[in-house]
Write a protein that binds this ligand. Structure first.
Ligand SMILES: [Zn+2]
Length: 448
C-alpha cells in the first residue's frame, strides 16, 4: 500500500488509502464498539459514552465541542477547501432492556439497538478520512448525537418544563440549537436484525412518531356506598380507547398509521371510583400530514370519552420524530460504494418500509440524509433481550469503510457529487420552517 498520495490522486487511490488506514485500525474500532456496548447509557444521560468519544477525538488530535443538547460531541475535520460539509453521525444512547445479559444492573440500559457500532463506525471512518482530508474539497463533521430513542419521556418532559430542553429527542433539539446549520449532508448507519441474507440494506423508509400523554380527571367516591356522587375517570378512558379503535377504517393503507396505547394509571383501588387515570398513546405514520390527521382524531376520541361521563381530559402532545425517507441521489452514492466494497449480492438496494421510527427523519427535512443498515454480524430481534452484535468487524469496521468511501466520492474533485446530490434531492425546509411545523404539532389541550 502506498503511504503518500500525489496532489492529483484519483478517488480510487484516496479510497484505497482510507480503507488501508481503517484496516490498520481494526482493533481500535472493535475495542471502542465493545467498550460502549459494555457501558450502555440512555438518552440525554450518555456522559460516559460522550467521554469515550472525546478520548478518540483527542487521540486523533481534533478539536471538539461537548455538552451539545446535554451530551452531544462535535468535531470538524477540514478539507483543502470548504465547499460543503458532510456530517457522519453516531447515536450515543441505548434502550432500556433490563433482562438483556449486558444490561446495566442499576438503570436497565442495554445496547439492544446496537448504537455502539455507530460510534465505532464513525470513528473508524474518521481515521480513514483523516489520511486523505487534504485532498477533499469539503469538511467532515463527526457528531455524537444524544437521545435517538423515545424513552424516559416523563423525565425528558420534566427537563422541558424546567426549560432545559424543548424537544424530547436529540436531533430535533440539536437542530433547534443551530448545531446542524453548518452541515450540508448527513450520513448515519444502523445495525439491523438477523436472519436476512444480504450484508447491507439501502433505501428504506421509517415512520414518524407522536406521543400523547393523556390524563382524565373525574371525581373519587366510595364505589359501593355512593358511586352516583363520583365521576369515573376509568370509564372516560375506556370509552376514549374504544373511540380510538373506531377510527381505524379512516386511515389510508399508504399512510401506515399505527396507534399504540398503554394505560399507565387506572385508579387507586377497586372500592373507589377512579378520580384520575392516565393513558399514553403513540401515533406512527408515513407523512407529517397523515400524522397530523391521526393526531386530531385521537384528540377527538379523548374528548368523546371525557364528555360522555362528565370528566375533564388534558392532552400533552409531543412529537418524537418525523417520517424518514432517504434521499435517492445520496443513496445512489452509498449503494455504489457498498457494491464495490462488498459485492452486488450483498446489497439489498430497495429494502422498503420499516415500521419503526428515527429522528434522522427530522434531519432529512433539512438536508439530504442516508442511513444504510448493516444486517450481518447481528443476532436476535432488535430491542429484545436477545439482540447482540456478535461481529464488530462485519458491523462497525465494514460500516467505517462504507462511510469513508462514500464521503470521498462526495467531496473529491471539487465536491461535484455533493453538489449534484444537493441539487437533485430537491427543496428542503429551513430551520425556522421546520421548527414552525414541529411546534404547531406540540400542543397542550384541555377538554371538559
Ligand atoms: Zn436504534
Amino acid at each position: 500500500m502506498q503511504k503518500t498520495l500525489t496532489t492529483n490522486a484519483t478517488h480510487t487511490e484516496l479510497k484505497a488509502m482510507a480503507i488501508a488506514t481503517i484496516d490498520e485500525q481494526t482493533n481500535r474500532i472493535v475495542e471502542l464498539s465493545r467498550e460502549i456496548q459494555r457501558n450502555p447509557e440512555v438518552g440525554f444521560r450518555e456522559h460516559g459514552t460522550a467521554q469515550r468519544l472525546v478520548e478518540q477525538l483527542e487521540h486523533m488530535g481534533l478539536d471538539y465541542r461537548t455538552g451539545l443538547a446535554r451530551t452531544g460531541v462535535k468535531a470538524r475535520m477540514r478539507g483543502r477547501s470548504d465547499r460543503f460539509t458532510v456530517a457522519i453521525l453516531g447515536e450515543l444512547d441505548s434502550v432500556i432492556t433490563p433482562d438483556h445479559p449486558l444490561a446495566d444492573p442499576d438503570t436497565g440500559a442495554a445496547h439492544a439497538c446496537g448504537h455502539h457500532i455507530e460510534i465505532a463506525a464513525m470513528i473508524g471512518a474518521a481515521l480513514g478520512l483523516q489520511a486523505v482530508m487534504e485532498h477533499l474539497d469539503g469538511d467532515v463533521v463527526l457528531f455524537g448525537v444524544p437521545a435517538e430513542e423515545l424513552i424516559d419521556v416523563d423525565w425528558r418532559l420534566s427537563l422541558r418544563d424546567a426549560g432545559e430542553l424543548e424537544f424530547v429527542c436529540g436531533k430535533p433539539e440539536l437542530i433547534r440549537l443551530g448545531e446542524f446549520d453548518d452541515i450540508d449532508l448527513g450520513m448515519i448507519t444502523h445495525p439491523g436484525t438477523s436472519g436476512q441474507e444480504s450484508l447491507f440494506e439501502m433505501d428504506h423508509s421509517w415512520l414518524g412518531a407522536i406521543l400523547k400523554k393523556v390524563r382524565f380527571h373525574g371525581l373519587t367516591a366510595h364505589a359501593g356506598e355512593n358511586p352516583h356522587e363520583g365521576i369515573n375517570a376509568l370509564k372516560a378512558l375506556t370509552l376514549a380507547m374504544t373511540a380510538i379503535d373506531s377510527q381505524q377504517e379512516t386511515y389510508r393503507d399508504e399512510d401506515s398509521i399505527r396507534v399504540s396505547q398503554l394505560v399507565v394509571n387506572s385508579g387507586d383501588m377497586v372500592s373507589t371510583i377512579p378520580g384520575t387515570t392516565d393513558l399514553e398513546v403513540m401515533i406512527r405514520g408515513r407523512s407529517v400530514e397523515a400524522m397530523q390527521d391521526a393526531s386530531a382524531k385521537i384528540d377527538r376520541s379523548m374528548h368523546a370519552g371525557a364528555i360522555a361521563v362528565g370528566a375533564r381530559v388534558e392532552i400533552d402532545t409531543v412529537v418524537g420524530c418525523f417520517p424518514f425517507a432517504q434521499d435517492e441521489p445520496l443513496v445512489e452514492v452509498v449503494d455504489a460504494n457498498a457494491r464495490t466494497l462488498f459485492g452486488d449480492s450483498e446489497i439489498d438496494s430497495h429494502a422498503g418500509a420499516h415500521g419503526a421510527s428515527t429522528d434522522s427523519g427530522d434531519l432529512q427535512m433539512l438536508m439530504p440524509m442516508v442511513l444504510p443498515i448493516v444486517r450481518s454480524g447481528c443476532d436476535g430481534l432488535i430491542h429484545s433481550k436477545d439482540y447482540q452484535i456478535d461481529d464488530h468487524v462485519l458491523t462497525a469496521v465494514n460500516n467505517a469503510k462504507l462511510l469513508a468511501s462514500s464521503v470521498i466520492d462526495l467531496l473529491c474533485d471539487g465536491a461535484a457529487n455533493a453538489a449534484s446530490v444537493i441539487d437533485r434531492s430537491g427543496p428542503k425546509l429551513t430551520r425556522d420552517e421546520y421548527l414552525t411545523i414541529r411546534r404547531s404539532m406540540e400542543t397542550k389541550k384541555t377538554f371538559g
